[in-house]
Ligand binder design. Structure first.
Ligand SMILES: Cc1cc2nc3c(=O)[nH]c(=O)nc-3n(C[C@H](O)[C@H](O)[C@H](O)COP(=O)(O)O)c2cc1C
Length: 183
């Protein structure tokens, strides 16, 4: 049985609807999953690098769960990568700790899907290029993306949206767990 580690990069979970719903459902769908809410542990606090590296060592599949912020990953997740994926751990001649592990990008997006996937191609492949490249650089296998669009914070208070967001979180978790099951 593969060990799944979910790194939740939402910088402001108290203001999250969809990512919180996804994390709750994931913990039910995958009872053995380890979910790390970076904001709860490390907002304005130093990152426990040894602890985070140990979590990675023990994982087979790493899922980055995050809202798309400014067409990229949130700053807290970027900081976690910068401080934890160190030379000698994840890369460099002796840095092989991540080799062979799988990386999934699982994210929510405010704008409708057609803003990103249209006749010009799939913009997520370009926006997430750095994360895919980083996976390859460390010897990880990039195992795919799962995204859910049209879930902007700006729509939250519209009538009926709470139910729509829950249904979207359900669907997201089904697609994510189906992908994990193939690995
Ligand atoms: C600071 C900030 C930046 C955002 N940037 C984008 C963006 O670049 N593209 C986009 O489609 N949505 C963007 N959004 C919308 C979020 O992706 C959306 O609100 C989030 O995925 C919903 O998940 P949540 O309820 O867990 O916060 C942004 C939201 C915030 C607060």
């Amino acid at each position: 049985m593969s060990k799944v580690l979910v790194i939740s990069g939402h910088t402001d979970p108290k203001d999250s609807v969809v990512n919180n719903e996804i994390l709750e459902r994931l913990s039910v769908a995958l009872p053995e999953v380890e979910i790390v809410r970076l904001a709860d542990l490390y907002t304005h606090k130093p990152i426990d690098v040894a602890r985070e590296q140990q979590r990675l060592v023990e994982a087979d599949i790493v899922v980055f769960q995050f809202p798309l912020f400014w067409f990229s990953i949130p700053s807290l997740l970027q900081r976690w990568i910068e401080e934890v994926w160190l030379h000698g751990f994840s890369h460099g001649s002796t840095g092989t700790a991540l080799k062979g592990k799988k990386l999934i990008l699982s994210f929510t997006v405010g704008a409708p899907e057609e803003v990103y996937i249209n006749a010009n191609g799939n913009a997520f492949d370009k926006l997430m290029f750095a994360q895919m490249f980083a996976a390859g650089f460390t010897g990880m296998e990039f195992a795919g993306m799962v995204h859910t669009c049209s879930v902007s914070y700006a729509m939250r208070n519209e009538p009926g949206q709470a139910e729509v967001f829950k249904a979207k979180a359900d669907d997201h978790v089904q697609r994510l767990t189906a992908l994990i099951a193939t690995l």
